[in-house]
Design a protein around this ligand. Structure first.
Ligand code: MV4
Length: 666
């Protein structure tokens, strides 16, 4: 029995592990960085130990500090969650040698899966199906080309040290082979310091189907069925579900048994995931094994009615598996989406800022929300920008999907860009709804799933007008003297007089500037907007105070508004309208370049000119990196670079001023 568990992680997974530990009567220790002193996982744990500064290498990735925290608090076990130290063999070994239980596999199993080519050799030996290919150590070019010709084109070159899609290159014919190999080796050497390549036949339009396995220390193993994680964007999972749509029981059993052979081949213990590619003909091939609890484990929990963290803790304590294969059953269908702080309109760059509202839908009735943040928390540049996982369960896929859409409509996030509307377009796409999914889904339907309505509509104007009215009423109420028996607030009509007359407000909606004018009309308010065509540029609203409802041209709609840093956000009828409020004269001011802002969060790579230099229009001034891509910031006009407000190597927030720039007078 584990008595006290240290959770060497943060965010939603730390919170999720603490919940189970509490339920089982296990005491919990959180660890945290400077950035997380007030975080939910720290509040939920019985005790918490500060590790160090915000950067992960100084806190959550620092083996000595994490072990020190365990010793200091007398924790007898450490759960690493996912990411951070979860697949770090050195950490696993250090736990062992300090007499602390690592809630995960033995060190040897982590090491065995560390190299792709070594992993494939083990799996071949264990009779786990592999994509036809070559994964030898002899990297002679002629030999590799001979293998490519044997395998047949298209061939995929993969860096042996790679993972998550990095260092992969497709080669369509023999005459491209040498050039592609050279480029792939260069990339691999740059990214991983190792250019050993694997060759595989390229599987066209595969699905990503992974099997959840569990093994105990006595050598027993079971599989808890599959998850389909085909819907990904640049190797980031977007939707995960269980069971896989259309999976035949016979194929499920064969994949489950292959996954168990993989686990047993490396002496696996605990929760593991064996990833396969599944092609259209039903053939499946081993890709890799993840030696940790995965982000998407809740869909498996929902269809099996099991708590995988509870299973991990009992296996780690030396108990035998809680259930046999025959006792495990699939119940209904579950689907998970990952809600991220990112900007789908700007190439999904991670977004940062304060969550001025984080209000997930109500849980229960097949709706589950796993999150580690609350209203008021900051999404910073230091960690993964996932806000929450939303998981829905139904008796059928269709029912799970309907609940998921309903829950996404009800999810309210303001202050930070997020992907909720993108997720709704994905799950409501006809191809997704009918279960036609492959790893190319997002690319194949990019135009439809990325399309975001960018223009104002009458409903959005009504929403903004509702926000403005609510804010004005609140401001009036706040300025009214407290407990004044003669206050007009005791007379329901007088304060409305203050709203009489007309107001005009300039707003910026996704870069579009519009003037919204509103006039009180009895109990209602009439808005007009100069940015809409005449036949739809006006309407009537009425707030139903205290009830989160608004009448829009007589139609009742849910309505909820919140202030953001520079404007407001309104949630209406399942959509979000977020806008900036502008002083009336903005846009008329001279837009002479005066500085350059960071277009996104990232790291400054290099400054290219000296302060004081005169530069030409479009001359590169600095290079920054975000999401592994380099972006060059150029002079907006001819002029002088006065000063840099950043240094090489510095992490910067999107929107922060980087360069003080004086444009030349025209
Ligand atoms: C492949 C493949 C097609 N053929 N291997 C991408 C991540 C890495 N773990 C393996 N990946 C792939 N390997 C062969 N022989 C296509 C992919 C692939 C992919 C796999 C799973 C989920 C999403 C994917 C997106 C693009 C490519």
């Amino acid at each position: 029995m584990i008595r006290k568990l240290l959770i060497a992680n943060r965010g939603e997974i730390a919170c999720r592990i603490i919940k189970t530990a509490r339920r089982l009567g296990v005491a919990t220790v959180a660890v945290y960085s400077d950035a997380d002193a007030d975080a939910l996982h720290v509040q939920m744990a019985d005790e918490a130990v500060h590790l160090g500064p915000a950067p992960a290498r100084d806190s959550y990735l620092n083996i000595d500090k994490v072990l020190g925290a365990a010793k200091q608090t007398g924790a007898d076990a450490i759960h690493p969650g996912y990411g951070f130290l979860s697949e770090n063999a050195e950490f696993c070994r250090a736990c062992d040698s300090n007499g602390i239980i690592f809630v995960g596999p033995p060190t040897g199993a982590i090491e065995a899966m560390g190299s792709k080519s070594a992993a494939k050799r083990i799996m071949e030996e264990a009779n786990v199906p592999l994509v036809p290919g070559y994964h030898g150590t002899n990297q002679n070019e002629e030999l590799l080309e001979g293998h490519a010709n044997r395998i047949g084109y298209p061939v995929l070159l993969k860096a042996a040290a790679g993972g998550g899609g990095k260092g992969m290159r497709r080669v369509d014919s023999a005459d491209e082979f040498h050039e592609a190999l050279a480029a792939a080796k260069r990339e691999a050497m740059n990214a991983f310091g190792d250019d050993i390549m694997l060759l595989e036949r390229y599987v066209v339009s595969p699905r990503h189907v992974e099997i959840q396995v569990f093994c105990d220390q006595q050598g027993n193993g079971v599989y808890l069925f599959e998850r389909d994680c085909s819907v990904q964007r640049r190797h980031q999972k977007v939707v995960e579900e269980a069971p896989a749509p259309g999976m035949a029981p016979e194929l499920r059993a064969r994949m489950g048994e292959a996954a168990l052979r993989a686990a047993h081949a490396i002496g696996y213990v605990g929760a593991g995931t064996v990833e396969f590619l599944l092609d259209a003909s039903g053939a499946f091939y081993f890709m890799e094994m993840n030696t940790r609890l995965q982000v998407e484990h809740p869909v498996t929990e929902m269809i099996t009615d099991q708590d995988l963290v509870a299973w991990q803790l009992s296996v780690a304590a030396g108990d035998t598996l809680p259930m046999s294969q025959d006792e495990l059953q699939i119940n209904g269908h579950a689907m998970e989406v990952r809600i991220y702080a990112e900007d789908p309109d700007n190439d999904f760059l991670p977004a940062t800022g304060v969550l001025v509202r984080h209000q997930p839908p109500a849980e229960g009735e097949g709706v589950r929300v796993d999150t580690g943040v609350q209203t008021g928390d900051e999404i910073s540049v230091h960690y993964d920008p996932m806000i929450a996982k939303l998981i829905c369960h139904g008796r059928t896929r269709k029912e799970a999907l309907a609940k998921l859409d309903r829950a996404l409509r009800d999810y309210q996030i303001a202050g930070v860009r997020h992907n909720i509307e993108f997720l709704r377009r994905v799950i409501n796409h006809q191809a997704f709804a009918s279960g036609c999914i492959s790893t190319h889904f997002i690319e194949d339907y990019e135009a439809e799933v990325l399309h975001q309505e960018q223009t104002l509509t009458p409903l959005k104007c009504a929403a903004i007008a509702g926000y403005l009215q609510q804010r004005e009423e609140r401001d009036l109420r706040n300025s009214a003297p407290q407990r004044d028996p003669f206050s007009p607030w005791h007379n329901g009509d007088n304060w409305r007089n203050a709203l009489a007359g007309s107001r005009t407000q300039t707003v910026d909606y996704r870069g579009q500037h519009a003037q919204i004018r509103f006039v009180a009309e009895g109990d209602s308010l009439r808005w007009t907007c100069d940015a809409l065509p005449e036949e739809q540029n006006s309407g009537e609203i009425r707030l139903l105070l205290g009830r989160d409802l608004m009448l829009v041209d007589g139609r009742r709609m849910s309505f909820s508004a919140v202030d953001t840093r520079d404007g407001g956000a309104v949630f209406i009828d399942g959509t979000q309208v977020e806008f900036k409020l502008l002083p009336p004269d903005i846009g008329e001011s001279n837009d002479q370049a005066h500085g350059l802002d960071a277009p996104m969060n990232g790291t400054i790579i290099s400054l290219l000119v000296e302060p004081g230099s005169t530069v030409e229009k479009d001359q590169p001034l600095l290079v920054m990196e975000a999401m592994k891509m380099e972006h060059t910031l150029r002079a907006p006009a001819a002029g002088t670079v006065q000063q840099f407000f950043c240094a090489e190597g510095e992490l910067v927030d999107g929107g922060s001023l980087l360069v003080d720039f004086a444009g030349e007078e025209q």
